[in-house]
Write a protein that binds this ligand. Sequence first.
Ligand code: AMP
Ligand code: MN
Length: 336
Amino acid sequence: MRSLMKSRKKMSRTTIARILDAFHDSSRVLITSHKEPDGDSICSQLVVREYLESLGKECVLFNHGDIPARYRFVTGVENIHTDISAYDFNPDLVVVLESTSLDRTGDVASVIGDGVRIINIDHHEGNTLYGDVNLVDDRASSVGEMIYKILSEDGFVFKGTTAENIYIAILTDTGRFHFSSTTPDAMRIAADLIESGVDTRRVTDQVYFSMSEPQLRTIGEVIQSAEVHLDGRLCALTLTRALLDKRGMSFSDFEGIVDYSLQINGVEVGVLFKDISDDVTKASIRSRSNLDVAEIARKFGGGGHPNAAGVTLEAPLDEAKRLIIQAVKETLDRND
Ligand code: AMP
Ligand code: MN
């Protein structure tokens, strides 16, 4: 573990010590992450909870937004609450994972009382450092990786559920060890976790190969929706409420389908558009080159990583498509 830490200035030992002190000094901890949580946020939250409960702390897990279907098998996921109106907990510490700003937690931000200490652990560039303690490493593959390093410094041993959940965080945030976030540290930690008994085939099957037939058929229609623009450099997919309603499904049944937008050889930028309402459109943007899509997302108030970003636009579907495609065109033109 020590050799993993040495090379990474962003994971400062002093900051890690401050986080561990705050954990030990706490009694009631609220653990949250960003709206529309993903595998990294969910699994990292669950691991922090197991660790804190092993220290005898009381924990509440809360996220704004449904747990995506592909993560409903995760051990402990039923402990994550999604209804803030049922919230009645008075924490003395709040742990915010994976959120560039406090706003990204959605409704959760509004229930954090004044003066409650906030620990901010994230791996997104542009984090606004809103915590009382901030640990931000944009070179980390996942927050799961950061949690592994932090808790290892406290002598926490990952086995069983905690090993599996960190593995899922790394697996999903690296796109199954595909994205450029697949760093040596990510691989070393994954190797340690496999050694401690993670059943990699079972976990990968659960996350990626456990669809229902209607899900598969809906994905077929989303793929049929593909539009190729900008001389084959951009592929746009669309998932509409109309399509979901037809099969009684929801957006959270389709986490990760944006990945199909980068399937075509030569496509540099992939986008998935979702019509959240008549006037609100979510765009998930991906790139495989060094084209920074977080910068594009930020133009419209969103954010993310250079190769994976997202933004919610106050615009109808067609207008949002026009805006994003134009912004991608401008970025490509500038880079050419
Ligand atoms: P998504 O497109 O939702 O899969 O998100 C891709 C990446 O961008 C993830 O790391 C998200 O946390 C981040 N992201 C998505 N939406 C936003 C937003 N509105 N603001 C900041 N970051 C975002
Ligand atoms: Mn992440």
